[in-house]
Design a protein around this ligand. Structure first.
Ligand code: BTN
Length: 236
């Protein structure tokens, strides 16, 4: 990765770049606000709910940014990643509430936010130039390269991403909810299946509540608030 291009675009920011790291989340944990950590490979990439994040060396964006905690930061980061990919690559990803970047019905990126000592560590993983995936991910993951049919410069996305993160993180919570609802095909009118600790919810999405949770109306009319992800699309 041409890290000098990124440092030239953001001369005032601390940008740490590793060939290999356990997780950029851990490397970013004690850095000052606005610091950025990037890695070519992660040996212990973290996903949500204790999962690991497949971090193919040299082909992905594995990035953590230290931010002030703001309302709906996970949703704001999804919007930022979506915007950055449109700006840099010209591809419009979908957003699957709350933190998945989707392309052609498959996951192309994910967002992870952790609060550490009063700062928000914003983790963004994007499958950029992956040519294939391990068997267990092959049906649910994709990359920008597989969709675009060409290699993509990760620096272009990162320059757009850091600018977009600043812009979306400065928006009000109300604006983030409105923009996310417009930007995500999952927010309203989508048939979904959601695995919850108490059982499976099947129904149609009805937007976000003021706390940012996803409303799903089941076929018996009951509205369930989904608070922790696990949303999967069903055919209508
Ligand atoms: C998810 O969808 O489960 C969230 C995935 C977040 C992955 C990124 S890659 C950069 C940062 N470092 C990590 O260890 N995880 C996040």
């Amino acid at each position: 990765m041409d890290i000098s291009r990124l440092r030239a675009a953001f001369p005032e920011r601390r940008i740490e770049y590793y060939d290999e790291v356990d997780s950029t989340m851990l490397a970013a944990a004690c850095l000052p606000l606005r610091s950025v950590v990037l890695a070519e490979r992660q040996t212990a990439g973290q996903g949500r709910h204790g999962r690991t994040w497949h971090s193919e060396p040299g082909n992905g964006i594995y990035c953590s940014v230290v931010l002030e905690p703001t309302p709906f930061l996970t949703l704001a980061l999804g919007l930022a990643a979506q915007q950055a990919i449109v700006d840099a690559v010209g591809i419009a990803c979908d957003l699957r509430w709350p933190n998945d970047l989707m392309l052609n019905g498959r996951k192309v990126g994910g967002i992870l936010v952790q609060l550490v000592d009063g700062s928000a560590i914003a983790g963004i993983g994007i499958n950029v130039n992956h040519g294939s995936f391990p068997a267990e991910l092959a049906e649910e993951a994709t990359s920008l390269r597989l969709a675009a049919g060409r290699e993509i410069a990760r620096e272009e996305i990162l320059v757009a991403l850091l600018a977009a993160i600043d812009a979306f993180a400065a928006e009000s919570g109300e604006t983030i909810l409105r923009l996310f609802t417009q930007a995500s095909s999952y927010a309203v009118g989508r048939r979904v299946r959601v695995e919850q600790p108490g059982g499976v919810v099947v129904g149609t999405t009805e937007g976000l509540d003021p706390a940012g949770y996803l409303r799903v109306r089941q076929d018996d009319g009951t509205v369930t608030l989904i608070v922790a992800g696990g949303v999967r699309a069903l055919s209508a």
